[in-house]
Design a protein around this ligand. Structure first.
Ligand code: 48H
Length: 266
């Protein structure tokens, strides 16, 4: 059968545009496609919510690909086994409470299952600002191509609407930083500021990351490494159980919130 090059172009442009238009108004918008953001997206989509993700880089997976010092193995603890099993990866018990999987397999599984569950992913897209209501509640994101950001080009962004936003940007906690810059020290921390990441202690850091994953400002939630950075907790190094447990925790919090929303009767 003959192939029309223009039909290939048309298919890409049509399908991408439809996806972008369909994601103009979502239940939850996730900033950052690392392990925590992906896990949050998976559970939210599985519960039937409309979720989009914006990732600055070409590939999803964040800091997971490199395992520790580029040795591409992932270590995780007993507590996170049920979530690991949900993604169907091969798991090897190293010793009591230490399990290992392949980081390439893990990122592949997370991306595949999350996309299949319905997550709309916009990679090569950077979040440069938030959309707010008159009383400065978060109600969406301002996005632009990473290439525009990298080129330092003066090209205006576009806006999407979201009931809730998740900051899953890792160490940089970029959405929280945007709030500080635009609105002030209004975060739900002791000082209202980002408290900053502490030095390494996996035991402490992993035990706190789930509870640090919560609402940090009106309609803005945090997950993953950003949660420990914002609440002044320690770093955990190359163990990834806390990241996926934190993603599941924030998804569950948001599912409870979304379920509480009144259903309008016509
Ligand atoms: C769009 C953005 C923006 C933006 C950033 O770093 P990540 O892997 O984050 P987590 O929290 O899922 O996982 C953290 C983990 O990888 C890690 O670093 C650990 C456990 N460290 C411990 C230690 O001691 O060092 O992913 C965040 C993603 C990245 O892919 C960024 O490109 C992306 O967010 N991102 N995307 N717009 N403004 N900012």
């Amino acid at each position: 059968m003959a192939l029309d090059d223009l039909m290939v172009s048309r298919a890409i442009i049509d399908e991408y545009s439809n996806s972008l238009k369909d994601s103009l108004d979502v239940d939850v918008a996730i900033v950052g496609g690392g392990p925590a953001g992906l896990t949050a997206g998976y559970y939210l989509c599985k519960a039937g919510y409309k979720v989009s993700m914006y990732e600055r880089k070409l590939s999803l997976g964040g800091g997971m690909w490199g395992g520790g010092i580029m040795f591409n193995k992932i270590v995780f603890q007993e507590e996170s086994l049920p979530v690991m099993k949900e993604f169907g990866v091969d798991i090897k018990k190293y010793t009591d409470n230490y399990y290992v999987t392949d980081s390439v397999q893990m990122v592949g599984a997370l991306v595949y299952h999350t996309a299949k569950a319905g997550l709309k992913v916009f990679n090569l897209m950077s979040v440069e600002d938030v959309k707010v209501t008159a009383d400065n509640s978060i109600c969406g994101l301002v996005i632009n191509w990473t290439s525009v950001e990298m080129g330092g080009l003066h090209v205006d962004p576009i806006t999407i609407g979201a009931k809730y936003v998740i900051d899953a940007t890792g160490h940089a906690c970029e959405v929280a930083n945007i709030i500080l810059k635009r609105i002030g020290k209004v975060l739900y921390t002791q000082s209202g500021d980002i408290m900053g990441e502490g030095s390494m202690n996996a035991e402490v850091a992993e035990s706190l990351v789930e509870q640090n994953s919560r609402e940090i400002y009106k309609n803005l939630f945090v997950t993953g490494m950003a949660a420990n950075a914002i609440y002044g907790s320690k770093r955990m190094g190359p163990i990834f159980g806390g990241m996926i447990l934190s993603g599941r925790k924030i998804a569950n919090d948001l599912i409870v919130k979304l379920k509480q929303e009144p259903v309008l009767v016509k």
